[in-house]
Design a protein around this ligand. Structure first.
Ligand code: HSE
Length: 432
């Protein structure tokens, strides 16, 4: 049986998972694919700490060049994360005629355009299934299963940490800080959770989804990003009363030849499938012209889940190598019906708005007067009774579709009225 040699760079959690799967499923895999996948070398800066897998010491190295310069290695798996030296290793491996598997969404979202072009030039591929949704086969589904489709929109819950925090707030009535502490305690959130909580990780993943769906490599600056750190428990609960769940959504939406790209906390109807995606689970809801509306759902993180995706990429590559084929899977064909990205000011949305105001005659008239001036129509309004001892009352509104720019102007003017005691909260509503 043909043996295909792999060099693994990065023996962290996912790397150990890959070694485990390839070892424990060796017979199953070779029977299924007709090729033996052999890990020839493993590189990590720490090769002394014991891992939860038995390793042959002879294949361990601290020097990535031992992998990059080995002509017997066909595929390099990069699992160290970050930009450098990961990028340098990938470029060098491509230069040496190797194919790549990586889970590095931060790197691909920033440098993917260049790396993919370089790979195509070299007649090699970069596979990256584990970079979005861990073991959920979303990349392969978009690239292959839905290859003949044009896409209208993608809505993703693609960050498990944020989804866990929002779920804790909603289900266990915990304020944001407590919910985040809980996520850290359970090992879901990093010590510095900024990338996850502030929507940056979701934006990295959105860049890859947009590339696959619309054939366009966008810059992170093209995406409007707002994280969940300012979502309050009060808003989670008011939203619930109104029939909505709050989710951090990564959104790509095509309308009139323009593409909207945004990541922000979003109210979605409680009866929508995405609203029931809880904890660290991820889900990607895709609207396609031939296959219709599809939902991909499952754990968005975890050792074996991410490693399962890495192994599936390895299998794909082994089949091409065995057949002596080069499939240009990285080639992007841009959706010709798109001609520009829509600025956040120009989007239209329904909104949930909460004002904190004095409780006296004329307050509502004042607020609605300004909204009317900006052409904003109120769909529903509730004023909560003043809590004992409180100086202010919440006025919670849902407004009909309005332009983002008008909403910002109106809330800024309302914010300057004496009756307003705190900055207004506005959260976009998507009917998905
Ligand atoms: N940090 C990510 C998350 C997992 O919380 O979803 C890896 O993509």
């Amino acid at each position: 049986m043909k043996k295909i040699n792999v060099g693994l760079i990065g023996l962290g959690t996912v790397g150990v998972g890959v070694v485990k799967i390839l070892r424990e499923r060796k017979t199953l895999l070779s029977e299924k694919i007709g090729v033996e996948i052999n890990i020839k070398k493993i590189c990590d800066k720490d090769i002394t700490t014991k891992r939860k897998v038995t390793l042959d010491k002879n294949i361990l190295t601290r020097n990535a060049n031992d992998i990059l310069n080995d002509p017997g290695i066909d595929i390099v798996v990069e699992l160290i994360g970050g930009i450098h030296p990961a990028k340098d290793f990938i470029v060098e491996a491509l230069n040496k005629g190797k194919n790549i598997v990586t889970a590095n969404k931060a790197l691909l979202s920033q440098e993917g355009k260049e790396l993919f072009a370089h790979a195509i030039e070299r007649g090699k591929n970069i596979y990256f299934e584990a970079s979005v949704g861990a073991g959920i086969p979303i990349i392969k589904s978009l690239r292959e299963g839905l290859v003949a489709n044009r896409f209208n929109s993608v809505f993703g819950i693609v960050n498990g940490t944020s989804n866990f925090v929002l779920t804790e707030m909603s289900v266990n009535n915990r304020p944001f800080a407590d919910a985040l502490a809980q996520a850290k305690l359970k090992g879901f959130a990093e010590k510095d959770p900024t990338l996850d909580i502030e929507g940056i990780d979701s934006a990295h993943k959105l860049i890859l989804l947009v590339y696959l769906c619309f054939g366009k490599f966008v810059d992170i600056k093209d995406i409007f990003i707002e994280g969940i750190s300012r979502v309050s428990l009060a808003d989670v609960n008011y939203a619930k009363e109104l029939g909505f769940a709050i989710k951090l959504l990564a959104i790509a939406k095509k309308e009139n030849q323009e593409l909207e790209l945004r990541v922000h906390p979003t109210l979605i109807p409680q009866d929508h499938l995405l609203a029931s995606v809880g904890g660290v689970c991820n889900a990607i809801y895709v609207s396609s012209d031939l296959a219709g509306e599809l939902l991909f759902y499952g754990p968005g993180a975890g050792q074996l889940s991410a490693a399962s995706a890495v192994v599936s990429d390895l299998v794909d590559l082994t089949q091409d190598i065995k057949a002596g084929l080069f499939r240009p899977t990285l080639k992007a064909i841009q959706d010709q019906s798109l001609n520009k990205l829509r600025a956040i000011d120009d989007i239209k949305s329904r909104y949930y708005i909460r004002f904190m105001t004095e409780d006296k005659p004329g307050v509502l008239a004042n607020i609605s007067g300004v909204l009317a001036k900006y052409g904003i129509s109120i769909a529903s309004v509730t004023q909560k009774e003043k809590r004992k001892g409180a100086q202010v009352v919440p006025i919670v509104m849902v407004i009909h579709e309005a332009k983002e720019k008008s909403l910002r102007q109106a809330t800024s003017i309302i914010g300057r009225l004496n009756i307003i005691k705190e900055k207004a909260v506005a959260i976009r509503i998507e009917d998905v």
